[in-house]
Design a protein around this ligand. Sequence first.
Ligand code: F0G
Length: 351
Amino acid sequence: FSFWPGIINAYKEYMPVDEKTEIITLQEGNTPLIFAEKMSNMWDIELYLKYDGANPTGSFKDRGMCLAVTKALQNGDKAIICASTGNTSASAAAYGSRAGLKTAVIIPEGKIALGKLSQALMHGAIVIPIKGNFDVALEITRKIADNYPITLVNSLNPYRIEGQKSAAFEVCDQLGGKSPDILAIPVGNAGNITAYWKGFKEYFKDHKTDKLPKMIGFEAEGSAAIVKNQVIKNPETVATAIRIGNPVNWEKAVEAAKESGGFINFVTDEEILDTYKELASLEGVFAEPASAASVAGVKKMIKLDKIKKGSKIVAVLTGHGLKDPDTAISVIPKVNPVEPEMETILKLIGL
Ligand code: F0G
């Protein structure tokens, strides 16, 4: 391509569209695969960061939303709806506005990062905060979509998964037609791990890559329903994007981990926040807390000897750090204003 046309056009043979389909795109995808040199050296692995925060609305959701909205429009739908911890709502609002669809987003009151909320509002979605968490929001959203003329664009919508699998294609293309040994990914509602696994399998089947990676997924400890094998009524974590106690793609995530020879584990909030800071301060990559769960998981598994030295690992960074400025500011010591005096300022810089 002379320019990147978005994931539907770029991977058309793998997408459920034809020549007549009007494609709704913000040229999502083609995100950087960044070599993490310092972390690789520290941990004796080859670590790459799939920086999906570089998508148009700042998260991987755009990969699935462009297709979900394209198909809704093709189907003659007039409205879309989702429950969201924030990123899905931002993406639905953006693509919904572009397609001219009425867009409603149901969010857990007070538990959605500022950047995400501002996006949903700016794109003109009908934003409805509810007194309840994401799982409660999704339950009522599904009931509405089942009974009224409005299309669900959560990852239960199969087109979301079809679009999101493009990230696995890109990873293999960016590694020169090779699959990594391991794909590390945060797990919330478990749609993305499902989508990556589907993408890797399709590429492998078509001989576009050499092997299949082990899929390793990480939940946050306070919402680790899959790892603990129980629905969590009141999930809690600083990583609000994955604050989910009853993931809808639960079985598919377990299957992906099992089939690939990988696993699903959890990381603590402390581990998430440490890695969140390290990614930004060592590698120059600012990702939101939930995204850091993938790299925090890699770090933890290396310590526990669950990952072989020298492994080629791709860790998915699902959302941009700017999504959640409050958490960023809260983890760094506050800088108090000083007098505009040369001596004071030089001393602070260390000159
Ligand atoms: N990372 C980020 C930044 C997310 O926003 C999400 C999910 C995930 C990871 C987990 O992905 O659900 O496919 O396992 N966010 C959803 C939302 C729930 O509403 O934006 P998953």
